[in-house]
Design a protein around this ligand. Structure first.
Ligand code: ADP
Ligand code: ZN
Length: 526
């Protein structure tokens, strides 16, 4: 039941503070719920207007709302936005010096500060906790709540401690958890971890009707990229790459080809990052080439295309990143170049993880592989991933518009199965492919005498070509950005750049030639 008086106040404040005439989607019942002191769980796609769901309640309730947020950049962005609305919002993190910290704490104690942004890492610090216990708080907002779940794409272990800390401060504080990514699994994980099983869930559709999804094989990808951008001249776009090196390379490539593009990754110093981000936001530069370090919390409504030059590590990440296109509801094109090589590259980075972490990461990756390879409607696949099932094709994705050619692979399938059986059903797909293509650079083939198998070398010439356009000489030295953490951000500020390049190169230990790294067979077999 929505109380009429509260409803009236909320509407007035919406106009008075934010200048908006009406609530969007379910904002009103959500805000009503949290203002009434009830735990609230909000699942809405990027751009739907989640922030208002805690910003407005913070303005109408007594005391300060705590907003737990994963990234310093994100906090700063939000605090700047709030200041523009004339709201006293502050953040508490390690970038503040002593006197700034004291000022923020005073503002909270006096009740002037309505929203206090804080990272979970700072929340656990003893003196911050002591201070928060003394302050008058209105509620706790857990932003980017999917960071709680190992099944989410940005798992942050510190997020799992939030519930305990809230209990320590005041177990009765209402919580509003918000996320743009919640598969049914992640959703349950969040609810359980925050003890919010009983709370009302407000979940809106994840269908972004204006986004066109397209995947192309990663062949001649650089040429394709330049052509694509030339065809979209003057439009704003983001190009995502896996590594810092690739970001620089692609930005350089575009510049050489007369396309103005700026790089963005965590290896750049904070000033350059800020400068490049601002140039993109202020339309001085149409294109930003970036790692996943770019984008969270960036609110540019007229991004017309998002290109994944390399495959992301999960469908959730893909959805988030593509979600930055067409936030204004107008044209939004999402193009991804796909090669199984990229999946192998991503898999390498799971080597040092625990078995469970590795299995989780692998499962997420395999979903990405399935999405990229299947010929069924992309939107249907994406939506079903978020628990939204439909039996209708969308008519607005590459698979709907240009259905993939079906090919018969009976002989190849039989060959693959034979290789698996003949090698004793204990080798991975890479090894099987190496047997079939007689890849002499794999030393295990000879040591296991797999070169004597009947199927050895029988698959030569059956596989699609490797993307010569996108070869990496020094793969091992690449700084890949898969996760974002506050520590990373802080490190960047203090660590001399040379520290990174002084890392011993593993390349010298690796006797294989560049051409030996080709994994052509996998493009076909998976
Ligand atoms: P999310 O956090 O869900 O990605 P944001 O909170 O950043 O989305 O909101 C996206 C944009 O929508 C912002 O520019 C915000 O100011 C705007 N917005 C939010 N609610 C409303 C509303 N009720 N009316 C008009 N604009 C809104
Ligand atoms: Zn479709």
């Amino acid at each position: 039941m929505v109380d009429a008086a509260i409803q009236q106040t909320l509407k007035e404040k919406l106009k008075e503070i934010f200048g908006f005439d009406a609530f969007r989607g379910e904002q009103e019942p959500i805000i009503h719920n949290i203002v009434s002191g009830k735990n609230t769980f909000v699942i809405m796609p990027t751009g739907a207007g989640k922030s208002l769901c805690y910003q407005l309640p913070a303005m109408v309730l007594d005391g300060t709302a705590i907003v737990i947020s994963p990234l310093i950049a994100l906090m700063k962005n939000q605090v700047d936005q709030m200041s523009a609305f004339g709201i006293n919002a502050q953040f508490l993190n390690s970038t503040l010096n002593k006197s700034e910290m004291t000022r923020v704490k005073n503002d909270v104690m006096s009740g002037d500060c309505k929203l206090l942004y804080i990272a979970p890492e700072s929340l656990t610090k003893e003196d911050n906790l002591t201070f928060l216990k003394k302050a008058k708080l209105s509620f706790i907002a857990v932003d980017e709540a999917h960071c709680i779940s190992e099944w989410g794409h940005d798992f942050r272990p510190e997020y799992r401690r939030i519930r305990g800390i809230i209990d320590d401060i005041d177990p009765n504080l209402p919580i509003i958890a918000l996320t743009a990514t919640a598969t049914p699994k992640v959703q349950q994980d969040i609810q359980k971890n925050l003890s919010m099983e009983q709370s009302h869930i407000f979940k809106s559709s994840f269908n972004r009707k204006n986004l066109y999804y397209e995947i192309r094989p990663k062949i001649d990808s650089k040429k394709q990229l330049i052509k694509y951008i030339a065809n979209n001249k003057g439009k704003s776009g983001i190009i995502y790459c896996l590594s810092r090196k690739k970001v620089e390379e692609i930005a350089g490539l575009l510049n050489v080809n007369g396309i103005k593009a700026l790089p963005y990754h965590a290896g750049l110093d904070a000033d350059t990052r800020m400068k490049n981000q601002d140039a993109f936001l202020n339309e001085e530069c149409d294109i930003i080439v970036a790692t996943i370090a770019f984008g969270m919390g960036i609110d540019k409504p007229d991004v017309r295309f998002v290109i994944h030059y390399d495959a992301p590590k999960s469908l959730e990440g893909y959805y988030q990143e593509t979600g930055r296109a067409g936030r204004d509801g107008l044209e939004g094109n999402c193009l991804m170049f796909y090669a199984y090589d990229d999946i192998l590259k991503l898999e390498k980075f799971n080597k040092d993880k625990t078995v469970t972490e590795r299995d989780n990461a692998r499962a997420l990756l395999m979903e990405m592989v399935a999405y990229s390879n299947l010929g069924v409607c992309r939107r249907r696949q994406l939506l079903s991933y978020f628990g939204e099932y439909t039996d209708k094709d969308c008519g607005f994705c590459d698979n709907c518009i240009k259905p993939t050619k079906k090919i018969k692979i009976e002989d190849e399938a039989v060959l693959g199965l034979k290789a698996i059986i003949q090698s004793g059903e204990r080798f991975d797909v890479q090894h099987i492919a190496d047997i079939l293509t007689a890849n002499t650079s794999n030393p295990y083939i000879r040591s296991y005498e797999h070169d004597k198998l009947e199927v050895y070398g029988k698959g030569k010439g059956m596989f699609v070509a490797h993307d010569e356009d996108d070869e990496d000489d020094e793969e091992e030295e690449e700084e890949v950005e898969l996760e974002l953490s506050e520590e990373d951000e802080e490190d960047e500020e203090t660590k001399p750049v040379a520290a990174k390049s002084s890392k011993p190169s593993k390349k010298a230990e690796k006797p294989t030639k560049k051409s030996d790294n080709k994994r052509t067979a996998n493009d076909y077999w998976v």
